[in-house]
Design a protein around this ligand. Structure first.
Ligand SMILES: [Zn+2]
Ligand SMILES: [Zn+2]
Length: 358
């Protein structure tokens, strides 16, 4: 396999993706070169490309990937060439205060890895340390997670961000108890992952709230007990005392404020959506303080890739976690801009970029 690969390079905010042939740096002792098979398109990729998230360019985005190991650095022991792997979007050091206390998503080294893809002598930023919209990428050994033989790589790719965020929100952040009432605001791939997690947790009632009828229908098929348009009084009428858990996965301040109001006294609201810098939300302090409620922030479900990915794969293999339902179609790398447009429009769920045959 050559040390060059086609990659989608975004040179500046708002610019179209340019498909370029990039060079891959020689491997450091602890790095792995992966031939990518599929990478999902996430809203944060689009927000970054549009200049609404991180102002670092030129960049190769894509952080929800799976592929096959092509080459390993001399100190790598966890994987070998030919192994099928998912790429974790976080590179945690393993020994700082956050890592040692089970919060690797907060590790300061999370996005510090030097770029390993090079275009015309200029190192390219690898979005969230991954660089998944490329035929190959280089990541540290700790960022590749083996994928069982009977889990298709396009399914494994979705675990990297969407499924991790939604399932992690349920199990690692909110810690949903069985027999409880849940409302989820926003039925995109993350909201649906929250739904799948709440079913696994044994929630008694799962209300999915989304203005889009197709999304509501999909949520019903995946096990929502009720679906509602975004009409807060109507949702409130379903549970006049409020919900035990409310998850916000719509990415708007309005939905976040509504989520807080829909939680019962002593309930838990988990805010997941990515909003533009400077966004603020308002809560009624007079009623919130004595409510003993909790508002929690959620970054990629505080996923611990080496623990959680394997658990997700095992649930998928047992038929308990329909990860394939989170993706609606695949497109080639050359159509990345069209896939981004699809993501902006809110049509469908995860679009996968097909990068090579398994
Ligand atoms: Zn993402
Ligand atoms: Zn750390």
């Amino acid at each position: 396999m050559s040390r060059t690969a086609r990659a989608a390079v975004i040179r500046a905010p708002g610019q179209a993706a340019e498909i370029c042939t990039v060079e891959l740096a020689p491997l450091e002792h602890d790095e792995v070169r992966v031939r990518l098979v599929a990478t999902g398109v996430c809203h944060t990729d689009v927000a970054w490309a549009d200049g609404q998230l991180i102002d670092t360019f030129p960049v190769v985005l894509g952080h929800e990937s799976a592929g096959v190991v092509e080459e390993t650095g001399r100190a790598v022991t966890a994987v070998r060439p030919g192994d099928r792997v998912a790429v974790a979007l976080t590179h945690n050091c393993g020994h700082c205060g956050y890592c040692e206390t089970g919060r690797p998503m907060l590790c300061r080294q999370r996005t510090e890895r030097p770029p390993r893809l090079i275009l015309d002598g200029v190192p390219l930023v690898q979005g969230f340390g991954a660089g998944g919209f490329a035929e190959q990428t280089i990541v540290p050994e700790g960022s590749v997670i083996p994928v069982p033989a009977d889990v298709p790589l396009p399914v494994a790719a979705i675990v990297g961000c969407a499924a991790s965020t939604g399932l992690g929100a349920v199990f690692n952040i909110a810690e949903v108890e069985y027999g409880t009432k849940v409302a989820i605001l926003g039925a995109g791939s993350i909201g649906l992952s929250v739904l799948l997690g709440c079913r696994l947790a044994g929630a008694d009632r799962i209300v999915m709230v989304d203005p889009d009828r197709q999304r509501r229908d999909r949520a019903l098929r995946l096990g929502a007990t009720d679906v509602m348009p975004a009409d807060e009084p109507a949702v409130r009428a379903l549970e006049p005392d409020g919900f035990d858990y409310v998850f916000e996965s719509a990415g708007t301040a309005q939905a976040m404020e509504s989520a807080v109001r829909l939680a019962r006294e002593g309930g838990t609201t988990t805010l997941i959506g990515v909003v533009p810098p400077g966004t603020t939300i308002t809560i009624d302090a007079r009623s919130f303080v004595p409510s003993q409620s909790r508002i929690l922030g959620c970054l990629t479900g505080n996923v611990r890739p080496h623990v959680d990915f394997d658990r997700f794969f095992r649930l998928y293999r047992r038929g308990l976690l329909d990860l394939a339902a989170l993706s609606t179609g695949a497109m080639p790398l050359d159509d990345l801009d069209a896939a981004f447009a699809r993501c902006r429009s809110g049509a469908g769920l995860r679009t996968l970029i097909a990068l090579s045959a398994e």
